[in-house]
Design a binder for this molecule. Sequence first.
Ligand SMILES: [Zn+2]
Length: 112
Amino acid sequence: MHELSIVCSIVELASQAAEGGIVRRVTIEIGRLSGVDPEAVAFCFPEVARGTPVEGAALDIREVEAEARCDICGAEFPTPDMLSACPCGSLHFKRLRGEELNVKSIEIEEPA
Ligand SMILES: [Zn+2]
């Protein structure tokens, strides 16, 4: 299950960012076409975070809709799967978003 290794990387990143503080909230973006299951990520997170500065932190998952821009007509259109075409019929487009997996922000409480 590759979500587990993804969550491990997120927790590791957040632990390093904490620098002795406590992580309160981690916000991540998961693209619809990233192949990552947000539910599996949410499920693994508390387990992986246990015993780290990230333990007890809230995990905010934002799902990013997949969109592309057509090379022919310039339209931006949703691409819910890999086989989508532009409404104009073109298959030449650049994917704008939807494949990302980003840590957007990490909220840290400084040590008292
Ligand atoms: Zn088009």
